[in-house]
Design a protein around this ligand. Structure first.
Ligand SMILES: *Cc1c(COP(=O)(O)O)cnc(C)c1O
Length: 524
């Protein structure tokens, strides 16, 4: 046995063979040199500080991928034989290309997607995580991350309200994987035989009930689990995009008459397209009557629980069995960072019923009690809780509440402003920070209106000042803004409205001219 680390180090032989080996060893050593790291870090932090400081209103500069490919290839060292010398300029160019080609998530022009400009401190902690590299499925590999998961679970469960001695939380790489994991737990709970005997082991056809408006990851999860399209029961929604509990019961009864065995009802707390919140209390009662697991997909909207003003949208959440909560959306963390909550921790362990001697200890001890590998699909997993826990620890929950309140308020303001424009039509009352609307001058046919919205969306993106998205609502495209930036104000909204109108009118004029020319052409 060696008595100290220096004994171990001095027992390695010095490299003595030829010039080449020494050269490659020195290149190798240099690549891991802490001094080099420090120099590089200062330069990168300077560049990111300038990036964060740029408050200009700008959208996405979408580049031809072939052009970008060529530019990126030009930054790759041609050296193949030895470890190339460090080239600060090459690193600088890579960082610049990286920041310049992204959606500018910190600009007020960004209103298009559900991921956000991150709390800058979160980015710094992500850097720490990348350097110390502590994958977090096992306590042994990521001690602080696993403890932080426990603390963050307790903090957030105060807003959910489950029994603190019974609930469980696990982090997953994204909301899609969380939805899949929850559905797996629900299925194993209802049909424990399937894990060992396969799909043939189930009595009847396992089925799930979901909203017409459910995120695609839910139907994808059903595909992965072998449930099959035919066993997805679609529950009708109202104008606002919420499941109608008054109709859902008879749809479930009918499915059962067809021989389906529904085991899970998936509700959305914030749908992706409209940001609509399903009525959880009513759906929980329905799930109880039909013996269903209630999973709430709160990837987007669970964060509203942190807001005194908005938490009412999730009334009844304490009655759910599981909840998906993306921190990379409305908790403003680097992606991915998702928390999957279960009301009952034995159900959480039921998702994965495996044994693997190389990782799972036969006899649980004080350390393995903090492992999460029995509850998540990943083996090696990013310690994604660390940015969230650190920001929460440093600033407290009010940071999140204030930002969420502000985003919802700006969205209501956008709704008021757009509703007041005679040539615009809002598609709904916003429930959170998502608003859909159309540029719709009088007398447009639905097909023409559909094409117009798509054209406007693409031209706005091409213009490079705003980045917004589009979504189909009852078959017709609509423009969609997702307010993720608390710096967006009435002036920005007025600018956006003016730009949409300007583009919309130009598109309409151009197509009127084209029709006119066509008519004249066909007469001659
Ligand atoms: C974004 C979203 C998802 C998918 O989550 P990812 O983290 O992107 O995998 C699932 N459901 C809803 C309602 C969402 O808004």
């Amino acid at each position: 046995m060696t008595s100290s680390l220096s004994d171990v180090q001095s027992s390695f032989p010095e490299p003595t063979t030829g010039e080449d080996l020494w050269h490659s060893a020195s290149g190798l050593t240099a690549a891991f040199d802490p001094g080099r790291f420090h120099e590089g870090a200062l330069d990168i932090v300077d560049r990111l500080t300038a990036y964060l400081g740029d408050r200009s209103v700008r959208g996405l500069d979408l580049i031809d991928p072939e052009v970008l490919l060529k530019a990126a290839r030009g930054l790759m060292t041609p050296e193949r034989q030895r470890v190339a010398d460090f080239d600060a300029d090459r690193v600088k160019q890579i960082v610049d290309l990286y920041t310049e080609t992204g959606i500018p998530v910190h600009s007020p022009g960004y209103m298009g997607r559900q991921f956000s400009g991150v709390v800058p401190l979160a980015g710094l902690i992500d850097l720490v995580g990348s350097v110390v590299n502590q994958p977090s499925s096992f306590y042994e590999a990521g001690q602080l991350p696993n403890v932080a998961e426990r603390l963050m679970a307790e903090e957030l469960n105060r807003f959910i309200g489950w029994d603190r001695d019974r609930f469980a939380m696990v982090t997953t790489s994204g909301g899609s994987l969380a939805n899949l994991t929850a559905l797996l737990a629900a299925r194993n709970h209802a049909f424990p035989q399937i894990w060992t005997r396969g799909a043939g082991g189930a009595p009847g056809l396992p089925a799930i009930a979901i909203s017409e408006e459910a995120h695609y990851s839910v139907t994808r999860a059903a595909g992965v689990l072998g449930i099959g399209e035919g066993q997805i029961i679609r529950l009708p929604v109202d104008q606002a995009g919420r499941i109608r509990p008054d109709l859902a019961g008879s749809v479930l009864d009918e499915a059962k008459r067809r021989g389906l065995r529904p085991f899970c009802l998936v509700a959305s707390a914030g749908t992706t397209s409209l940001g609509a919140f399903d009525p959880l209390e009513d759906l929980a009662a329905l799930a109880r009557r039909h013996g269903l697991w209630l999973h709430v997909d709160g990837a987007h909207g669970a964060s509203l629980l942190l807001s005194e003003q908005h938490r009412d949208k999730l009334r009844g959440i304490e009655l759910a069995d599981s909840l998906t909560w993306d921190a990379h959306k409305m908790l403003f963390m680097p992606a991915p960072c998702t928390l999957l909550f279960y009301r009952d921790r034995t159900a959480a362990r039921g998702a994965f019923q495996q044994r693997a001697s190389y990782v799972f200890d036969e006899e649980p001890d004080i350390y393995s009690a903090y492992d999460s590998a029995d509850k998540n699909f990943e083996c090696t997993k990013r310690p994604m809780i660390m940015p969230l826990w650190t920001v929460w620890s440093v600033y407290g929950p009010a940071l999140f509440e204030q930002k969420i309140d502000r985003l919802c308020e700006v969205t209501r303001q956008a709704h008021r402003m757009i509703a007041a424009e005679p040539d615009f039509a809002v598609a709904h009352e916003p429930e959170s920070n998502i608003l859909c609307f159309r540029y719709l001058p009088d007398g447009m046919e639905p097909a023409a209106a559909h094409r117009l919205q798509l054209e406007i969306r693409n031209r706005i993106r091409g213009g490079g000042r705003f980045f917004i998205s589009k979504v189909d609502i009852q078959g017709t495209a609509a423009l969609r803004v997702v307010v993720m930036n608390h710096l967006i104000d009435a002036d920005h909204l007025a600018m956006l409205i003016a730009e949409i109108r300007d583009i919309g009118q130009r598109v309409l004029r151009a197509s009127a001219t084209a029709r006119h020319d066509q008519r004249n052409g066909s007469q001659s």
